[in-house]
Design a protein around this ligand. Structure first.
Ligand SMILES: [Zn+2]
Length: 314
């Protein structure tokens, strides 16, 4: 009998695909994408980069039925309103939600409450118009750099203002510093340095998965279980290139992609954001403060030093 049990155990063990992860049979994640319509850091013309990148991002999301939220900076529409608003229309047509990321991406740490209120109001004009056929829908706001207020007074004043306008502040639990990877990636692509492009592709994927594993561990630490995760990425060249592979890898880690509405229905998301300060940490950190827990986030992975170096030399 014991031999049989051992045999069954061995068979079960060998049936697991190589590299399979241990953990819940099913995980969920909402995808949020910032700085729409597109962050063009390269030398090329805006639409020549933005249009194909948008299509690639939307196709990757569609392939995984990932109904993301896109956070818009409407100042990026300036000078070419019609064609750039048409890019945003593509997101709406794909069934995704557009949300407010302020008009011009200011740092709340350096603005007054009145100035920031103005940025919120100016930031919703085109977006609300495009989303009109989808009403009623949940309005989301995300502070640039997730700088939510360096003093209690500022934070509470803007939180009240947002709530009065019907907004929920969008949280995130995973952030992959893709804007750091993007600088080296765009440069290596322009210089046709295929080896460096490949190295960055691999590093991007490895880092994002490391950040994901960290968030999984922290949610168990805080809530005793894995909660729905919320990933924050940006519309840029590296995201357009890597999103198909990233979503595939996450699906391989048992992730199913859900809307932000659905992720936030988890009771964990009712936890108080207890962080007040000049930085923009994840909500796992903010919740640890709200719960009065002192948990080390020292192991939250940073991008590799060589990638950070490419970014610094920009
Ligand atoms: Zn942003």
């Amino acid at each position: 009998m014991r031999v049989l049990v051992v045999l069954v155990l061995l068979l079960c063990a060998s049936a697991a695909p190589p590299g399979a992860q241990t953990g819940p049979a099913q995980r969920t994640m909402a995808i949020t994408i910032d700085d729409l319509p597109y962050v063009n850091t390269g030398g090329g013309e805006y639409l020549a980069s933005a249009a194909p990148a948008t299509e690639r991002i939307l196709a990757a999301l569609r392939a995984h039925q990932a109904r993301a939220v896109g956070f818009v900076n409407e100042n990026k529409l300036e000078g070419d309103l019609e064609r750039r608003a048409a890019l945003l229309q593509r997101w709406v047509d794909a069934g995704l939600t557009l949300a407010n990321h302020t008009y011009s991406h200011p740092d709340f740490n350096t603005r007054t409450v009145a100035e920031f209120r103005d940025e919120i109001v100016r930031g919703e004009v085109v977006t609300r118009q495009l989303m009109k056929p989808r009403a009623p829908y949940q309005l989301y706001f995300r502070h640039p750099m997730t700088h939510t207020g360096e003093t209690v007074e500022k934070k509470e004043a803007i939180d009240r203002f947002l709530a009065d306008r019907g907004y929920i502040v969008a949280p995130h639990t995973i952030e992959n510093s893709d804007y750091i990877f993007n600088v080296g990636f765009v440069k290596a692509t322009e210089q046709q340095n295929a080896a460096l492009v490949e190295r960055l592709r691999l590093a991007y994927l490895e880092h994002t998965l490391a950040a994901t594993r960290f968030a999984e561990r922290m949610s168990v630490e805080l809530f005793g279980r894995e909660i729905p995760q919320v990933l924050l990425i940006h519309t840029n060249a590296v995201t357009a290139d890597r999103l198909p592979a990233l979503l595939e890898a996450l699906a391989g880690r048992a992730y199913r992609f859900v809307t932000l509405d659905e992720a936030m229905r988890d009771p964990a998301y009712a936890t108080r954001d207890g962080y007040v300060g000049p930085h923009g940490p994840t909500w796992l950190f903010r919740w640890s403060k709200g719960l009065g827990r002192s948990i080390s986030f020292a192991e939250d992975p940073d991008p590799p030093a060589w990638v950070a170096e490419l970014y610094k030399r920009r």
